[in-house]
Ligand binder design. Structure first.
Ligand SMILES: [Mn+2]
Length: 196
C-alpha cells in the first residue's frame, strides 16, 4: 500500500504552521501550538484516530487564539485530503457516539469531497480555562472545508464544557479512524460517480 502521509507548510502574516500526518499511524503525536487546550484536543484526535501527527504552530496570539486555531484546522484538513490521495478503497462513511461522563457526542462523517459542517453543540460557558469555546466550531469548519468532508456534530446533552469538547474530539477521532480505513474488497473509489 502506498504511504498515506502528507506534509503541509503554511505561512501567513498571522500564523506559521508546519505539520506532517500519517493516517495509518499508531497515534503518536508531537504537537506544539502554544495553546494548551488545542494541544490536548489534537492529542486526543491522534491517539484515538490512530494518526501520527507532528505539528508546530506559531501565531499572533497577542491578538487572541482565533487565527492559530483556525489555521491549524485549515492545515490539518489539507493534510488529510492530501494523505487520502485518490481515496480508493476507503470506508468513506462513519459515525461514532462517544460518552464522556454526563456528556454524549455523536459524530457522523462522509469523506465525500463536498465540504459541509453541521454543528449542534451548546457550551454552558464561553471559556474552558483560557480557551474560547466558540473556537471549536471555527476549528471544525476550517478542518471540514479544507479536508473536503461532510461533518455532523451533535451533542444532545452534556454539562461540563471540558467534557463536551473532549467528547467531540474523541468522536471525531473514532469516526475518522473508520472512514479512512481501506476495505480490500473495494477496488475503486466508493462512489457510483466513480470519483470523490
Ligand atoms: Mn481532558
Amino acid at each position: 500500500m502506498t504511504k498515506r502521509t502528507a506534509t503541509i507548510h503554511r505561512k501567513t502574516k498571522e500564523t506559521e504552521i508546519a505539520l506532517t500526518v500519517n493516517i495509518d499511524g499508531k497515534g503518536e503525536s508531537h504537537i506544539t501550538t502554544g495553546i494548551g487546550f488545542l494541544d490536548h484536543m489534537l492529542d486526543i484526535l491522534t491517539k484515538h484516530g490512530l494518526f501520527d501527527l507532528k505539528l508546530k504552530a506559531t501565531g499572533d496570539r497577542m491578538v487572541d487564539d482565533h487565527h492559530t486555531v483556525e489555521d491549524v484546522g485549515i492545515c490539518l484538513g489539507l493534510a488529510l485530503k492530501e494523505a487520502l490521495g485518490d481515496k480508493k478503497g476507503i470506508w468513506r462513511f462513519s459515525n461514532s457516539s462517544v460518552p464522556m461522563q454526563e456528556t454524549l457526542a455523536s459524530i457522523a462523517i462522509d469523506i465525500s469531497g463536498r465540504p459541509a459542517l453541521v454543528y449542534h453543540a451548546n457550551f454552558h460557558t464561553g471559556k474552558i480555562g483560557n480557551f474560547d469555546t466558540e473556537l471549536i466550531e471555527e476549528f471544525l469548519k476550517a478542518f471540514s472545508t479544507n479536508a473536503g468532508i461532510n461533518l455532523h456534530v451533535n451533542v444532545p446533552y452534556g454539562n461540563n464544557t471540558h467534557h463536551i469538547a473532549e467528547a467531540i474530539f474523541k468522536g471525531l477521532a473514532r469516526a475518522l479512524r473508520d472512514a479512512v480505513r481501506i476495505d480490500e474488497r473495494v477496488k475503486d473509489v466508493p462512489s457510483t460517480k466513480g470519483m470523490l
